[in-house]
Design a protein around this ligand. Structure first.
Ligand code: FAD
Length: 487
């Protein structure tokens, strides 16, 4: 029986998870990654281009669980649960906002360690090879071939496959090649804000702040956030308009800025860490929506290559992991149509490595039928959540809604589901979550409007009843009201 081969460009988070899945399903797997092996002692501790830690939630964990509950356990052993937001006021006060009325948490995880767990896992499969320091140079999606440059020797490495997967990140070269072969609609937008990370070291061997919360200093047009790390430090990220970054030129400007907006953080950071502002790199924030995600049975893009997002819903990687779970489900459906392909236990032993090109294409058509729409919804939610995080969390209306939705969710868990719960603690598609949320918003607005009108009418009646005689006003009689309505 023929054994299919997959070539994956990019061995980051999503590429390494994809490698594990395809290896598990019996495919020959080759991963080509531009960077050096992060597990190599020479590279350990070297900073990646991106955030040090990320929040992994239900979608990401579910995808790892489908691959292997043992791997999920390895991941859960290195996470720090965050049960809510800790809002830091201008006066240094703090207030907690739970993520879920049921006490659920999202999890802070070290990007590098998570990547290493997945790389280790894919290399446990015979027939899987990972080539580091190999950069995609050319991809012929009709011939299903790719050429990678060995960055160390300068040599060109030619390979062929039954399926090529582009998991090569936000600036994906595979996405660019896909455009030569099929009509790809692309929307890309840079936002006016950038980000910079600052480290808040452990204080006297302990966390400097509560480790069970994601800390936010919301300042309307910008914000500072902090996620805990296993070594008891926090990775803090400052999200700000570029103009604000540029306005801070001297140490004096910087200290004034921190004193005005984040006064309680100053003793926690210490001057040395604050001064990292002048040396740490700043990152741009943009999103990419595109469709289709595949070409025939030959190639498909996943993760940031297919849907790079701004990071404000902490869903970029989670959505990328969900891509791989979805792809696997659709391939399993082709291999074993009588089995419930969504059930990880029922699918445990399915092999997809001898699927025909027609079957692979059928799965990829379905993949493009759902993922571009869902990832676009995820990106829209992330854009919305930036306003929520930097501003709304401080407003009365937001807090009132959070409270009301939480209570209603307890009474009618299937009818009213807070948006955060649908996005972070469920696998409801991002598109359906958005639709349900809009419906809920309308219903809640109607309830609040009726309640407000009733309250106003009651106040008016009471005023006229008790103060009316003094002011020469009286309540109309029933007959008078009936007469008005008859007219
Ligand atoms: P990447 O992680 O970018 O990996 C792509 C890989 O491809 C890289 O290793 C790269 O070296 C390699 N590559 C690139 N070009 C080539 C080439 N030519 N040849 C071979 N290999 C190549 N997501 C969350 O879910 N939760 C969060 O809390 C969260 N926080 C974030 C905070 C910030 C500040 C940012 C910027 C992002 C955050 N994200 C978060 C998003 C998350 O980082 C990405 O969605 C995730 O890294 C995507 O994984 P990926 O494997 O698709 O891409």
């Amino acid at each position: 029986m023929k054994q299919n081969k997959v070539v994956i460009s990019g061995g980051g988070l999503v590429g390494s998870l994809a490698a594990c899945y395809f290896a598990k399903r019996g495919w020959i797997v080759e991963v080509y990654e531009k960077r050096p092996d992060p597990r190599d002692p020479d590279n350990v501790g070297k900073r990646n281009h991106r955030s040090i830690n990320l929040a992994i939630s239900t979608r990401g964990l579910s995808s790892i669980n489908r691959l292997s509950p043992d791997v999920e356990k390895k991941v859960m052993d290195i996470v720090l649960p965050m049960y809510g937001r800790m809002i830091h006021g201008l006066d240094g006060s703090t207030s907690a906002q739970a993520y879920s009325i049921l006490g659920k948490a999202i999890n802070s995880v070290d990007r590098g360690i998570l990547n290493e767990i997945l790389l280790d896992q894919c290399e446990t499969f015979e027939g899987t090879k990972v080539f580091f320091q190999h950069s995609l140079e050319h991809c012929d999606m009709d011939a299903k071939t790719a050429t990678f440059k060995n960055i160390v020797t300068g040599e060109d490495v030619f390979t062929s496959a039954d399926l090529i997967i582009g998991a090569d990140g936000a600036h994906s070269p595979t996405r660019k090649f896909l455009q030569y072969y099929t009509k790809v609609n692309i929307e890309q937008k840079y936002i006016d804000h950038g980000y910079m990370e600052l480290e808040m070291k452990a204080k006297d061997g302990n966390f400097a702040m509560d480790k069970e919360h994601l800390h936010i200093w919301p300042r309307k047009t910008f914000m500072l956030i902090a996620l805990p790390n296993l070594d008891k430090s926090f990775t803090c990220t400052l999200f700000m308009p570029w103009s604000k970054f540029e306005s801070i030129k001297t140490e004096e400007d910087l200290n004034e800025f921190f004193e005005e907006y984040f006064p309680d953080s100053i003793p926690l950071f210490g001057q040395e860490s604050i001064n990292e502002f002048f040396t740490n790199p700043k990152g741009a924030l943009f999103y990419v929506k595109c469709t289709p995600h595949h070409y025939k049975s030959n190639a498909v893009i996943v993760g940031d290559a297919a849907h790079c997002t701004v990071p404000f819903y902490a869903q970029g990687m989670n959505c990328g992991f969900e891509d791989i779970e979805t792809l696997d489900t659709l391939l399993c459906e082709q291999a074993a149509p009588l089995i419930d392909s969504k059930d990880p236990v029922a699918c445990q032993n399915i092999k997809t490595s001898s699927l025909t090109p027609e079957q692979i294409e059928a799965a990829l058509i379905k993949y493009t039928g759902c993922r571009p729409r869902d990832s676009a919804s995820m990106i829209d939610l992330a854009m919305y959540n930036y306003i929520e995080m930097r501003h709304s969390v401080n407003t009365f209306s937001y807090k009132a809604r959070l409270w009301l939705e939480g209570k209603l969710h307890l009474i009618m868990p299937k009818v009213v589901i807070p948006l955060y719960t649908m996005v972070s603690f469920s696998k409801i598609s991002y598109t359906d979550a958005t639709i349900q949320w809009k419906k809920q918003t309308k219903a809640l607005q109607n309830v609040v409007s009726v309640f407000t009108k009733l309250t106003l009418a009651t106040v008016a009646v009471l005023l006229v009843k008790y103060s009316g005689p003094r002011l020469g006003l009286r309540l109309p009689s029933f007959a008078e009201v009936a007469k008005i309505f008859r007219k």
